[in-house]
Design a protein around this ligand. Structure first.
Ligand code: BES
Ligand code: MN
Ligand code: ZN
Length: 524
């Protein structure tokens, strides 16, 4: 595949001179393995893990030297109880670190990879704003976890919390709050590749977060597409194809074109291919919603609902970031990604509620709500994938319905599927990665909610079962292929920091999909 028909508009050029130029931050944390305690290099903070015990006492979660008398004072005074994520900083007499962080892991019996992620994320969050650039983690020994699971929990927790979006901060102090060096103490060097692998996956999460957090006026469809081109430069295994508005007209992608019509920024259909297993017939199509800003269109969103809508390309960002991780890890899988990129804006050309538009598949769609735009562009993208890329299964990921915030909230994404083994595999990946998903049913009775008098289907019926009905709309376009739908509207963008996610973009979907793809590669 080659790059076809990519037009950079003059309008984009003028925007870039007005707004801040957006650059993807390279937030790197260098990991190294320090097997022996005695070989530990100097670090700004040495983190020592502790368990809480049933009798209210604390116990060391690793073997460390008896020379550190400074830790005994806060413990004896009862100031440190080792509850999960608790960190007490003390200043000791060790030659290697000016600060000691006593980190609570809670009771050993209930410890999981996910609770390790959260505890180590909390340690990093509490180190922010201090002059800490290097951290030594003394790895805990956990009876119920394998050593590699411990490494995964520590590395992912630390990496995911080590993220700041400070593009627009003038204060350099606020920009320089990330940790650059991490020493994994007590880890044999043979396990370093596991640490580096999970650090690479988390770098892809940071990439997705940067795309989502960036100004909508900077991350336009064109700029998003450019990010894909930059990835193609970095990884030979990724092939990018971009279709511009003229090609979309030629193909008659009526729904993507309709949604894009209110915007001064032209739509792009982004296609990325990765062929990591030529001997396999399996090919997964990943389809990500790429609405770079959602005003609601003529059914305009009210104040309070629009301010976070630069997040509406989080599904597309997750897909692109997943591909970057898959390429970095050289996973033996075949993937075709399709991201329909557009704004849902208001303009003289806006598509009109009450009018009927023809989809790329041929089905006609009555627009009953211009704010239900995600399902429209995804429908055309799904058809593009089926007609041009020969997928054996489809997974779409989208900030599709606000109803997910009501039904499940920020602790899990909504999953719908027409194929139970596929749903089960995604569920298992969610449990392992901590990016949980919870399945909702595709009751066929709800298809009635989308019956239209004059068209084949309408895009919105009522508030009832909002997330399910949106998925049922998409199901009309999957042509019987195994398909799963991930609605990340409640998980992709947070108004408060949560777990290992700073406020705003979470990069959700990347670790889920990488885990899922890796596990499916192992099965075949
Ligand atoms: N992008 C929104 C969904 C959304 C809401 C994402 C909140 C993230 C946070 C989507 O396009 C939308 O507007 N959905 C409407 C659908 C309705 C008009 C059928 C919604 O959820 O209100
Ligand atoms: Mn909308
Ligand atoms: Zn939307």
């Amino acid at each position: 595949l080659k790059i076809l028909g990519f037009v950079e508009t003059q309008y984009l050029q003028s925007l870039l001179t007005i707004h801040c130029t957006f650059t993807i931050a390279e937030v790197r944390m260098q990991f190294s393995a320090i097997e022996q305690w005695a070989e530990m290099p100097a670090a700004d903070l040495l983190i020592l893990p502790f368990y809480s015990t049933a009798d209210g006492a604390v116990s060391k979660a690793a073997n460390f030297g008896s020379e550190m008398t400074s830790i005994e004072v806060p413990i004896a005074a009862g100031d440190f109880t080792a509850s999960p994520g608790d960190m007490l900083i003390t200043y000791g007499s060790t030659p290697t670190a000016p600060r000691l962080g006593l980190l609570g892991l809670g009771p050993q019996e209930t410890l999981t990879v996910e609770s390790l992620r959260r505890a180590y994320a909390s340690a990093i969050a509490k180190s922010k704003g201090k002059k800490i650039k290097s951290v030594a983690f003394l790895l805990p020994t956990v009876a119920s976890l394998t050593p590699s699971d411990v490494v995964i929990g520590v590395v992912e927790g630390a990496m995911l919390a080590n993220y700041t979006f400070a593009t627009f901060k003038q204060q350099t102090a606020e920009r320089q709050t990330t940790i650059e060096q991490a020493f994994l103490v007590g880890m044999p060097p043979s396990m370093l590749p596991i640490a580096l692998k999970h650090a690479a996956i988390c770098e892809a999460v940071h990439f997705a977060r940067d795309l989502v957090n960036g100004n909508a006026d900077d991350i336009t469809p064109q700029q998003f597409a450019k990010a894909a081109l930059q990835l193609m430069d970095k990884f030979d295994s990724l092939k990018v194809r971009l279709l511009d508005r003229h090609e979309l007209i030629e193909l008659q992608m009526g729904l993507l074109l309709a949604v894009s019509r209110g915007s001064a920024n032209e739509p792009v259909l982004m296609v990325v291919e990765y062929n990591g297993n030529p001997s396999s017939q399996e090919r997964t199509a990943l389809i990500g919603k790429g609405v770079t800003y959602d005003t609601g269109g003529l059914n305009l969103k009210p104040t309070g609902s629009m301010e976070s809508m630069r997040c509406d390309m989080a599904g597309g960002a997750a897909v692109l970031a997943t591909l970057s991780a898959v390429a970095a890890l050289k996973l033996p899988v075949n993937i075709s990604a399709v991201v329909p990129l557009t704004e849902n804006a208001i303009g003289p050309g806006s598509y009109k509620p009450g009018d009927i538009y023809r989809s790329y598949a041929g089905k006609t769609v009555e627009i009953t709500n211009s704010d239900a735009e995600g399902r429209l562009i995804l429908a055309d993208a799904i058809t593009y994938a089926i007609r041009h890329l020969k997928p054996t299964r489809l997974i779409d990921i989208a900030t599709l319905t606000g109803a997910t915030e009501i039904s499940i909230g920020p602790e899990a994404s909504v999953l719908c599927a027409n194929n139970q083994p596929l749903a089960d595999a995604l569920f298992a990946a969610g449990e392992r990665s901590g990016e949980r998903v919870w399945q909702l049913p595709l009751y066929k009775e709800y298809r009635d909610n989308l019956k239209s008098d004059n068209a084949d289907i309408k895009n919105w019926g009522s508030r009832s079962a909002g997330s399910i009905v949106a998925a049922i709309f998409l199901q009309e376009f999957v042509e019987g292929l195994p398909w799963a739908h991930l609605d990340i509207a409640s998980t992709a963008f947070l108004n408060e920091a949560r777990r290992y996610h700073p406020k705003h973009a979470t990069g959700i979907g990347v670790r889920l999909l990488v885990d899922f793809l890796e596990a499916s590669a192992e099965r075949t």
